[in-house]
Structures are given as structure tokens and as C-alpha cells.
Design a protein around this ligand. Structure first.
Ligand SMILES: [Zn+2]
Length: 259
């Protein structure tokens, strides 16, 4: 019995890291508006087509010594990192939710958040092609029993989109510059759709807190006085992950101490 469970864990991790390999393709190609299906992956420098055995998650990177097999161009450590991260988070999701529909729903959300995080870091955009369908998919999934209700989801969309729009507008009126972009608003509406309205106050508060810490550390480390546009999507994604795993505890904390 125990052995079978561990076998499941290994299986989920392996599938997760293979999906991570696909997420790398999405991260690279979606912002460039290239197809995520074809052509097959190639070295960006010498165009060498990557063979299947050079494309195994994490392992191939180690075997290739982090270099293209043809031109020896360095491969970013981020590729195996995303594969490892996707594998680990998929496994944690399985350990938390078990073999249930909720596992598939939440793991899909996690995978979308990984793509959003790295695209936002690279390009300071959150692609509508993920967030807008995400709002609809999150809402449709709320009809599957076991998770939030459809009314939780729809209020989450309105609260996430609306509240954040309000904060962004206030920021604009106060400082006469854009603090948060439309992409962040659509992402928060998507999170509301998947996680329900109770997640929205937490995600806003936690992302602002982590964002402030991140922003201040960045200024200290880089010693620059210029304000650089720091993407906000990764903070939203991080807060959403915390809520996804500890939502129940967080909500009962609200009810106990704040109401
Ligand atoms: Zn190459």
C-alpha cells in the first residue's frame, strides 16, 4: 500500500516535470506570438533541433552540462529550474488534494501561474491569452463538486477584477503614474474565479506585502534610485499559491480574529 503511494508520487513528479518542459516552451513562445506546438524546439543560436533524449526534463540539462550539444551555447539554468519547480508543485498539489478533480483544477492553475510568472518577469506583461480564458475556465470548474461554489467564483471574479481596478485607479490618481497594469487586474479576476472571493483580500494583502519587501530589497541590492518597473504578477502568483495550499486555515483565521 505504502509502496504504491510512493510510486504515485514519483509518477506525478515525473509527469509534472515533463509538463514543466512544455511550460518552458509556452514561456518562451507565447509572448512572441509563436505557435506552442510546432516547430519542435531548437537551439536559439545554431538552430540544432533538440533530440528527444536531449529534451528530458532536468536530466538532459545535467547530461549536456548545461550546453547545446552542437554549438556549446550555454543553456539557461532556468529551463531545468522550471521543470523541477513544476514537478515539485504538481507533487505537493497531489499530496494535498489526492486523486480528485480538485487536484486537476488546482494543478492547472499552478501551471498557468508558473507560465504567467516567468513571462511577466521577462516582458512585464501578463498575456490575455492565459488570463481571459482562465476566468471562464475557473468559473466553469466551480460547478464541479468538491471545491468552491459557482457563486463564490462569480463574486471572486467581480471582486478580484473590481477591487483591484479600484486600487489601480486610486494609485493613478494619487501618484499620477500607473502602479498596476490591466494584466494584473485580469489575473486577479482569474484567481477570484479559481479560488473564490474569500481569497481576494488575502491575495491583495499578501502580494502587496511580499511586493513591498521585494521592491525594497531590490532597491537596496541594486543601489539604484531610479524606479524600475517591477512586475507584479509573480507576487500575485505567489500569494495565490499560499492561498491554494493554506486557504482553509487562512479563512478560519479571518473568521476567528478579524470578524
Ligand atoms: Zn546550439
Amino acid at each position: 500500500m505504502f509502496n504504491e503511494l510512493y510510486l504515485c508520487y514519483v509518477f506525478v513528479f515525473l509527469i509534472g516535470s515533463c509538463i514543466g518542459s512544455f511550460l518552458n516552451v509556452c514561456i518562451y513562445r507565447l509572448p512572441l506570438e509563436k505557435s506552442i506546438i510546432s516547430p519542435p524546439s531548437a537551439c536559439p543560436k545554431c538552430n540544432h533541433q533538440i533530440k528527444w533524449y536531449e529534451n528530458l526534463p532536468i536530466i538532459s540539462y545535467i547530461f549536456l552540462g548545461g550546453k547545446c550539444s552542437q554549438c556549446k551555447e550555454k543553456i539557461s539554468i532556468r529551463y531545468p529550474f522550471v521543470e523541477l519547480l513544476t514537478g515539485v508543485l504538481s507533487l505537493l498539489s497531489f499530496m494535498k488534494f489526492g486523486p480528485t478533480p480538485l487536484f486537476f483544477i488546482n494543478t492547472l492553475l499552478i501551471h498557468s501561474l508558473i507560465v504567467i510568472t516567468f513571462i511577466d518577469l521577462d516582458h512585464q506583461i501578463i498575456p490575455d491569452i492565459i488570463s481571459l480564458p482562465g476566468i471562464i475556465i475557473g468559473f466553469l470548474f466551480s460547478f464541479i463538486p468538491g471545491g468552491i461554489t459557482w457563486s463564490d467564483s462569480i463574486i471572486g471574479i467581480l471582486l478580484g477584477g473590481g477591487l483591484f481596478y479600484g486600487v489601480a485607479l486610486l494609485f493613478y490618481l494619487l501618484f499620477k503614474k500607473e502602479g498596476m497594469g490591466g494584466g494584473d487586474i485580469k489575473l486577479l479576476a482569474m484567481l477570484g474565479a479559481f479560488l473564490g472571493w474569500k481569497s481576494v483580500p488575502f491575495v491583495i494583502f499578501a502580494s502587496a506585502l511580499v511586493g513591498a519587501i521585494g521592491g525594497i530589497s531590490f532597491i537596496i541590492i541594486s543601489k539604484s534610485k531610479e524606479s524600475v518597473p517591477i512586475p507584479y504578477g509573480p507576487y500575485l502568483a505567489f500569494a495565490a499559491l499560499i492561498y491554494l495550499f493554506y486557504g482553509k486555515e487562512i479563512v478560519s483565521f479571518y473568521l476567528q480574529y478579524l470578524l
